[in-house]
Write a protein that binds this ligand. Structure first.
Ligand SMILES: NC(=O)c1ccc[n+]([C@@H]2O[C@H](COP(=O)([O-])OP(=O)(O)OC[C@H]3O[C@@H](n4cnc5c(N)ncnc54)[C@H](O)[C@@H]3O)[C@@H](O)[C@H]2O)c1
Ligand SMILES: O=C(O)C[C@H](O)C(=O)O
Ligand SMILES: [Mg+2]
Length: 629
């Protein structure tokens, strides 16, 4: 038993007795009992008549991270705050550090020097008035998605210790093992539709940010509300804090999470298992989106849970769908039919959870187009050249990651191309002359001048560059670099938003945002409204195909392969409808609320879209009626 849990257990008798203090002081016996715990009049406990979130949301009683563990147990706060208990001095230190940081960022900070300041103002509104917050967000989504979501959300996570004011969501820490099944009941909502959970181990391309990664779950759920119309009262951001391997955070006295190295192996899996069991016990219909788990666990956990729970991994599956839609758009932009996709030579830089997700799905998509059999699947493999931190992956690679193994080039194939194990990205691009260069490496500037110069020799009439790593500084190249070095004709997409490029004479080099935000809200909403117990490959494929088909011929020929963010609510509705339809076709749809599976089966395509639309929450004030308990 850890020191922490033994302290807790020893204090349980005391907790029970202190609970008596809730009696009003007109009860003489209780008042006397209360007095027996106080030494002087001035530290006599304050009587409160609320617990849980009501306490945190009441500025009169809220102590934030300074609630002691015994107080957290007494007031049903366990799990509603990050695990590290702070002193009031530390709280003030964090606040002051944050205040000063704003000045620093205003002088020489990120591209939008006011981004963090805007985030704070929006965040305060979020804390005060949710309906108004989402109205502002929906009505100005193009302007504020980059603030509440990528890229600013990355900066928010990096500075979370200073930005933290009120908790949002739940924290399950390694110290909560054995308690999660009861802790979930500390969350006040009877119904939860969407959970986005992270363990903070790989936040965007920023690495292990530990408990501060909760910001990413909050940002994703903001899009669930704004784009998919999930009711904000039914979303739950979750941080599973199993420690951090970020040495800076481990040494930082102001870090909000557990200051120990990450759990690993069976111990780690047991924590995630316990969390999954707990949330599905309380909310059997919830959908859990896994977000920003390091690749080491992302793929394993997906395989572990995807056949028994309603869950998906956004970085693996959402990203793959968005990338495929973009890759098909790039084929169309060359004036060729989508069915020519299997002829594309694709160099992928990055073989982590996102890269592997894209590779597997792209290969399957090609195989389907080539006849959907074993030999089609085998021949599709040869379209990909995969480069990771150690260079080109071939079968000669020692200790090759099993997930990357299917994409390792045969040695003789590589040699024929003048390449060998570990060849550099620039060599690979020079020799392969690919149609597409796709980056999910988290390395900013990886598509250097040399690499882009090499891409000019592409055999494609219109090469495509996907610099998908986030946030902005981690993009493999900028659209300016792409258009100026490779040429005006290039198709360009990046994970984080950039401005379009002025090519002169009124021509525009379009910068597409190739981000999984175009799919995950629709996948979640479609799964919810279909009532499917799992998120099948077919449902994911339907989502991706819907996004691919959303763009008109004229748009793609102009280099526009993804919709603008201003259309995100519309595309999400369409994607959700495609997911519902596929669930019906696969006989997975069990219905939602008053609509059962038979009724769903009778709906026409238009009626499915209407059904989705009618179930999307809108930011309008409801009429309020008061009733006594
Ligand atoms: N646009 C999107 O929608 C989207 C979605 C998911 C992930 N991403 C981004 O993708 C990036 C990677 O995510 P991940 O989970 O796969 O991370 P990861 O850290 O697991 O994988 C990174 C991969 O890049 C490789 N790499 C590192 N240095 C390299 C180099 N110099 N050349 C070539 N490859 C190199 C690594 O070997 C590894 O295979 C992150 O920046 C993330 O933000 C973007
Ligand atoms: O969060 C994003 O913007 C996309 C993606 O999920 C990522 O991890 O980079
Ligand atoms: Mg992610």
């Amino acid at each position: 038993m850890s020191n922490f849990s033994s302290q807790l257990r020893a204090s349980s008798a005391l907790i029970k007795r202190l609970r008596q203090n809730r009696f009003p002081s007109t009860y003489p016996a209780a008042a006397a009992a209360a007095r027996s715990f106080t030494t002087t009049e001035c530290n006599r406990p304050t009587i409160v008549h609320k617990r849980s979130l009501d306490i945190l949301h009441d500025p009169l009683f809220n102590k934030g991270t300074a609630f002691s563990m015994t107080e957290r147990d007494r007031l049903d706060l366990r799990g509603l705050l990050p695990p590290n208990v702070m002193t009031s001095e530390q709280q003030i230190q964090r606040f002051m550090a944050d205040l000063k940081r704003l000045e620093v960022h205003a002088r020489d900070g990120p591209a939008d020097p006011n981004a963090l300041a805007k985030w704070r103002i929006l965040n305060r509104l979020h804390d005060r008035n949710e309906t108004m917050y989402y109205k502002v967000l929906i009505d100005n989504i193009e302007e504020y998605a980059p603030i509440v979501y990528t890229p600013t959300v990355g900066l928010v996570c990096q500075n979370y210790s200073g930005l933290f004011r009120r908790p949002r969501g739940m924290y399950f820490s390694a110290e909560d093992r054995g308690e999660m099944m009861s802790m979930v009941y500390n969350w006040p909502a009877e119904q939860v539709d969407m959970i986005v959970v992270t363990d903070g181990s790989r936040i965007l391309g920023l690495g292990d940010l530990g408990v501060h990664g909760i910001g990413i779950a909050v940002g994703k759920l903001d899009l669930y509300v704004a784009a998919a119309g999930i009711n904000p009262q039914r979303v739950l951001p979750v941080m599973i804090d199993v420690g951090t391997n970020n040495e800076k955070l481990l040494k930082d006295p102001l870090y909000l999470g557990l200051q120990e190295h990450r759990l690993d192996g069976d111990e780690y899996v047991e924590v995630i298992d316990e969390f999954m069991e707990a949330v599905y016990t309380r909310w059997p219909n919830v959908i859990v989106q896994f977000e920003d788990f390091q690749s080491k666990w992302a793929l394993k956990l997906l395989q572990r849970y995807r056949n028994s729970y309603r869950m998906f991994n956004d970085d693996v599956q959402g990203t793959a769908g968005v990338a495929i839609a973009g890759l098909l758009g790039a084929v169309r932009a060359q004036g060729r039919p989508m069915i020519d996709f299997p002829k594309q030579k694709i160099v992928v830089a990055g073989a982590g959870s996102a890269g592997i997700g894209v590779l597997n799905t792209a290969r399957k998509t090609m195989a389907r187009m080539l006849g959907n059999n074993e030999s089609a699947f085998e021949s599709a493999r040869s379209q990909f050249w995969v480069v990771d931190a150690k260079g080109l992956i071939t079968e000669e690679r020692e200790n090759i990651d099993p997930d990357a193994q299917p994409f390792a080039r045969k040695v003789n194939e590589a040699n024929r191309q003048g390449l060998g194990e570990g060849a550099s990205l620039v060599e690979v691009v020079r020799q392969v002359k690919p149609d597409v260069l796709l980056g999910l490496s988290a390395v900013g500037g990886l598509f250097s001048k040399e690499v882009l110069e090499a891409l000019k020799e592409s055999t494609s009439t219109r090469p495509a560059i996907f610099a998908m790593s986030n946030p902005t500084n981690n993009a493999e190249c900028t659209p300016d670099e792409a258009f100026s070095i490779v040429g005006d004709n290039v198709i360009f997409a990046s994970g984080s938003p950039f401005r379009d490029v002025d090519l002169g004479n009124g021509r525009v080099g379009h910068c597409n945002q190739g981000n999984n935000m175009y799919l995950f809200p629709g996948i979640g909403l479609g799964t919810l409204l279909s009532g499917s117990r799992i998120v099948s490959d077919g449902m994911l494929q339907a989502a991706s195909e819907c996004l691919a088909a959303y763009m008109t011929e004229e748009e793609v020929l102009n280099g526009v392969i993804y919709p603008s963010t201003s259309r995100i609510r519309d595309i999400t509705k369409e994607v959700a409808a495609a997911v519902v339809k596929e669930a019906i076709i696969e006989d997975l749809a069990e219905g939602y609320r008053g609509v059962d599976s038979r009724e769903l089966q009778r709906l026409s395509q238009e009626e499915i879209v209407e059904y989705v639309k009618n179930n999307m929450w809108n930011p309008d004030y409801p009429t309020l009626v008061y009733k006594e308990d």
